[in-house]
Design a protein around this ligand. Structure first.
Ligand code: C5P
Length: 392
């Protein structure tokens, strides 16, 4: 990717990891990007703005009410100037202020008006990172479309160890690159299905599975935040989603099949996260079936259509059709066989233990690449998937 001239604004928070941001700044400059820095007052307690002025060759901005600074490059222009913003170290206090829209200094004011991609690189004591309030604030920011890299686990400056180290400068740059490639999905139509399906046996009994719909809902939220028109075909229990999503709540595989095919006819991307029942009851009985005196019984079931395979085979199909494969063992091998069988462009293999959990990891498998998507939260997993689809 041509990084020459890309404009990066680094918002520097007050933490001991500031000194490592100097190396990040140097690397960004070295790869041909234009870099400007804004420091909070407490960041200046750790390292002098002079360090960043020397590294960037630009004035470092620190004060909101600095008239000379405002005349030359006001806070609004700084936000408009940047192609992307990195916040490093993102301290617990900065994260809290961003999450709550508190704009009481130059950096937080810039963040409030910024409509460019933002990457947070948190660094703090691990107990502060784990604190409920910090995790809540990070989730709020993730849901607002902000990206996060790290923190890494390891020895911390305070002598303790745990998750709280600022990510390596090169890891921060790797996380920044996808944000610079395509900044939005304007003009694209994405169709995503999510959740379980429910097959009725009679008016009371149902056949379903443990899927929560969480990942599909997060993918749909992220895609809409990035500007796509999104249709979500949601099985029962799929969490609430962004109001701009065109959502179809369905129950059975047949209903999901009809809605998906209808929406995918004009789509650019189709992502099949739903755990669709492979079979349905041949006969749905009315009322409540009686047990009677039988000690065993057999039920006849018939196969449901394979939705993703049908969409991948449509004559006018979405440019990218992506399936998931929840596997209990030999994940990559099984997923690769499904990639071919279903005719999809990529398949994401994950472990069945991810189902219903708020954690996820897995492998992205296509004809040309296989790599692990390591993540901690399901939201980060969703973010990695979206970034990879946007990059390719
Ligand atoms: O074959 P298996 O069910 O493991 O494949 C999982 C993938 O296929 C998921 O992406 C799922 O949404 C999709 N699928 C489908 N229609 C079915 C069964 C699965 O689209 N009837």
């Amino acid at each position: 990717m041509n990084l020459l001239g890309k404009r990066i604004l680094i918002g520097i928070g007050g933490g001991i990891a500031v000194y490592r941001v100097a190396e990040l700044t140097r690397l960004l400059k070295k790869s041909g990007m234009e870099v400007r820095c804004v420091m909070t007052r407490s960041a200046c307690e750790f390292v002098s703005p002079l360090t960043f002025e020397a590294l960037t060759g630009e004035e470092v901005h620190t004060e909101l009410f600095d008239l000379t600074g405002e005349r030359e490059m006001g806070h609004i222009q700084l936000a408009r100037w940047a192609d992307a913003v990195i916040i490093a170290p993102a301290t617990s206090n900065l994260i809290a202020r961003f999450a709550h829209g508190i704009a009481d200094d130059l950096l937080t004011t810039i963040m409030q008006v910024c409509d460019k991609p933002v990457l947070l690189a948190p660094a703090m004591n691990s107990s502060m990172w784990d604190a409920t309030a910090t995790q809540h604030n990070i989730n709020t920011l993730l849901q607002n479309g902000i990206s996060v890299v790290g923190p890494e686990a390891g020895e911390l400056a305070c002598g303790e160890s745990g998750a709280g180290r600022l990510s390596e400068p090169r890891a921060i740059i790797s996380a920044l690159l996808p944000l610079l490639t395509k900044q939005n999905l304007n003009g694209q139509h994405w169709v995503i299905n999510a959740g379980p399906t429910v097959e009725a046996w009679d008016d009371v009994r149902l056949l379903t599975n443990r899927a929560s719909g969480m990942l599909g809902a997060m993918l749909a939220d992220l895609a809409v935040i990035k500007g796509a028109e999104v249709s979500l075909i949601a099985g029962p229990g799929t969490p609430e989603t962004h109001p701009d999503i065109k959502r179809f709540d369905v129950e059975s595989a047949k209903q999901m099949h009809t809605a998906c095919k209808h929406e995918a006819a004009e789509a650019d991307v189709f992502i099949a996260t739903a755990a669709v029942s492979d079979f349905r009851f041949d006969k749905v009985c009315q009322g409540k079936l009686k047990r009677g005196d039988t000690t065993s019984m057999s039920v006849n079931m018939i196969a449901n259509p394979d939705i993703v395979a049908e969409i991948a085979a449509m004559q006018k199909r979405p440019t990218k059709v992506i399936a998931f494969a929840a596997e209990a063992s030999d994940h990559i091998e099984h997923a690769r066989a499904k990639l071919v069988k279903k005719g999809v462009d990529a398949i994401i293999a994950n472990d069945i233990s991810n189902m219903g959990s708020d954690k996820s990891n897995g492998w992205w498998i296509s004809d040309t690449e296989t790599f692990a998507i390591e993540s901690v939260t399901k939201f980060e997993f969703a973010q990695s998937i979206i970034n990879h689809i946007m990059e390719n």
